[in-house]
Write a protein that binds this ligand. Sequence first.
Ligand code: PLP
Length: 488
Amino acid sequence: MPNESTRRAPAARPGLSADEFRRHAHAFVDWMADYYARVEDYPVRAQVQPGEIAAQLPAAAPEASEPIEAIFKDFEDVILPGMTHWQHPAFFAYFPANGSPPSLLAEMLTASLGAQCMSWQTSPAATELEDRMMEWLRDLLGLPDEFTGCIQDTASTGILAAIVTAREWASDFAVNRKGLSGGAPMTLYCSAETHSATEKGAKIAGIGRDYVRKVPLGPERGMNPELLAQMIRADRQAGLRPFCVVATLGSTGTGAMDPLKAIGETCEAEKLWLHVDAAWAGSALILPETRAMIDGIGHVDSLVFNPHKWLFTNFDCSVFFIREPEHLIRSFEILPEFLKTREGARVNNYRDWGVPLGRRFRALKLWFVLRSYGAEGLRALIREHIALAREIAGRIEAEPDFELVTPARLALFCFRYRPDEMADGEALDTLNETLFEALNDTGRVYFTQNRVDGAYVIRWSVGQTATERRHVEDAWALVQATARSLER
Ligand code: PLP
């Protein structure tokens, strides 16, 4: 006779059953499709105050299981109002993080597989698809055949990897062995417009902020190459060790392009590593008509760009190209017994190509995006963004009470409201700051601010997947109406 305890049904294992998972997953997919259909109805920038969301969250994790329905309800009621909607077509802030349906579908598969793709053996297909995606992208962007590379999480990580590799290459890999102590300080050069990620990378790599040289701007806000050469020479004469230049294609503030050819010639002559930060503008290289920006690519040692910004690939996905990967691998490789695999050097083990050991399967979404849109589709969308930005910039220029402060470079420009030819200065800056906050408070658009030569400006970046003509036209109408209704 079975006793009482053996007759009782076994306690259900914690977690969802397969049937429950299927039911919720179907409902979630419906929600996702509806979200995209109505994303325009949400305020672009979250309209909440600091602490408002946290106040609605319990102070401690639950002891008992809660149903998915209850968690999902809180997602809709508590979390969603506190989200800024990056996929909103009136998102004109920062640079876009423009996802897309094929990318999202791939992310669902990636999450389902839950693979950690640190080495070839831990997911051969992930590694080999990544190899192939790097080749596809290299060719689509018109980069040299010898470039190879891998997918990183962000451009910041790629820039750090470049700085560390440059440091090792320049020191004959001595810093890896002995640390930075002892030798003369190493100096890194970038323009005054360079994204803060370079300074951050230099801090982390032990270069020190004091040794990041901000080269003044030349015409069109690109790095002045003559001053770069002078600064390198002066540093050498002072006993320092110049080792790396980070050039930007498409600066965050104004979309400025550093003159790669002239910078590259200096790097070649002075034996400096040349890294290119094309985090945003790199996607536009898919258009043959924008390739003039990589004139001089023959001098470039490494380059980073973010498909998660402007190539319709969900965040995160940053692509890092390098001419001679052996320097990168030698800088980062570390091989304890438990990480060794029998394939050895016959395969790429991307754990040795950057900072993290563990890696997501990011190549899958690129594969879906590149195949689903085709190069033609991607080109058409990026061309449309550029054309829309140019058109709106032209209209701003034509209005006597507005000023186009920086021209449309690719799909980015800066402008300000300047009624009655107000003089530069605090009053004009304050007026524009008021306009900027008022616009974002409507929830109908989202811009970011910038300063150009000290002047407060509004920065308009076009690039959301769903952005169409009507969105930029509505936004421009809103900008004019809001500006002209401001009290002065
Ligand atoms: N470089 C440039 C030119 C950028 O515009 C940005 C971000 O907008 C970055 C680097 C940093 O990018 P990430 O967020 O991928 O680290």
